[in-house]
Design a protein around this ligand. Structure first.
Ligand SMILES: C[S@@+](CC[C@H](N)C(=O)[O-])C[C@H]1O[C@@H](n2cnc3c(N)ncnc32)[C@H](O)[C@@H]1O
Length: 322
């Protein structure tokens, strides 16, 4: 009898090799869909050794919030935290989770992340900080998994949180609108959702990176030899943006090849909040101001590209009190 066989051929690039777990997951989902089984697992790049080693070297990983220039602004978006019940989504090493408890005075803070590496650093540092009374807990959840979202924030928790916070994690999520609706549901009336994300100008390009362009202000005759001022330099940095309005998956190389992020326009971020029922209370395309630069953020001057394009989108929304 004639037997029909089906062969599946693959050609793998280097970034695919890094992403083998993801490819396995996609294959699984493809077949799972055929039998109507819903299965979704996110890329967990922070648990790959190359990415985690690179991320651990960043200032914000080494010294925490003093190495986070946008934190000065973001913290002004937070409500008073005294005795609050708070949630930190994509908490990473738990710098903000601990801050909300120790500096903010929150009664209970729940930090959630997908990465075992990040969570074990978070637990280690929290123990070292002497917070061992159960007021700060860390849990492993995949925030992009629809079923996990429902279990993480069940109906019984409706209206029980004062603050939901998230720093630089939401651009990794495809199912963000769904998550934000759950966040709205579990907040108390008047409760706040405060977050930062990579600015859409960063996430938009298919091949993000600076390029040198001719400086239109350059004047060869008046240029001095040391060319210190922007107007005197022959070239300047630019950040080309292609496909700003083409939202969705981007696969980029940052710290490791094949990092998956989801690009959304600034309008979409605002609309996700509004449609979930929040009123927008703060919106900022972060850049340090003069006062910060002359004072506490003088160390940021070395990152001169900060003025070429925004790095971060900072937003806050309040659940209406009816
Ligand atoms: C840039 S780090 C920020 C960590 C922390 N919020 C901070 O700012 O120090 C992004 C974090 O998002 C987490 N993350 C990414 N995708 C996730 C997902 N699907 N579910 C839960 N956490 C996720 C990563 O593991 C990582 O810890």
């Amino acid at each position: 009898m004639y037997k029909q066989r089906t062969y599946i051929c693959f050609s793998l690039s280097l970034s695919d090799v890094v992403n083998l777990p993801y490819i396995k997951q996609r294959l699984f989902s493809t077949f799972a869909n055929t039998t109507a089984v819903k299965y979704k697992m996110s890329q967990n790049i922070y648990d790959t050794s190359e990415f985690f080693a690179g991320y651990s070297q960043l200032e914000r990983s080494q010294i925490g919030l003093d190495g986070v220039p946008e934190w000065l602004r973001l913290r002004t978006f937070l409500p008073p935290l005294q005795n609050a019940r708070a949630l930190d989504l994509g908490c990473g090493m738990g710098w903000y989770t601990r801050w909300m408890r120790t500096e903010g005075g929150a009664a209970f803070v729940r930090g959630v992340d997908l990465s075992e590496n990040m969570l074990s650093r978070a637990r280690e540092m929290t123990d070292k900080a002497g917070i061992q009374d159960g007021s700060v807990v860390f849990e492993r959840w995949d925030l992009d998994d629809l079923e996990a979202q429902r279990r993480l924030l069940p109906e019984k928790d409706n209206g029980t949180y004062d603050v939901v916070f998230s720093a630089l994690a939401l651009h990794y999520l495809e199912n963000l609108p769904e998550l934000v609706r759950h966040i709205h549901r579990v907040l108390k009336p008047g409760g706040m959702f405060v977050f930062s994300a990579e600015h859409p100008i960063l996430t938009a390009p298919s091949a993000p990176g600076f390029v040198e362009i001719l400086n239109p202000k350059f004047n060869a005759e008046s240029a001095s030899s040391d060319a210190g001022e922007e107007g005197e330099k022959k070239t300047r940095n630019a950040w080309p943006v292609d496909g700003y309005f083409h939202e969705g998956l981007r696969v980029t190389n940052w710290l490791a090849p094949g990092v998956r992020k989801y690009h959304r326009t600034a309008t979409t971020y605002v609309n996700i909040l509004l449609r979930a029922g929040f009123e927008l209370t703060a919106f900022d395309e972060w850049c340090p101001n003069e006062e910060e630069l002359e004072g506490v953020l003088s160390w940021v001057k070395k990152f001169s590209n900060t003025w070429v394009r925004p790095d971060f989108l900072l937003m806050a929304g309040r659940k209406r009190v009816f």
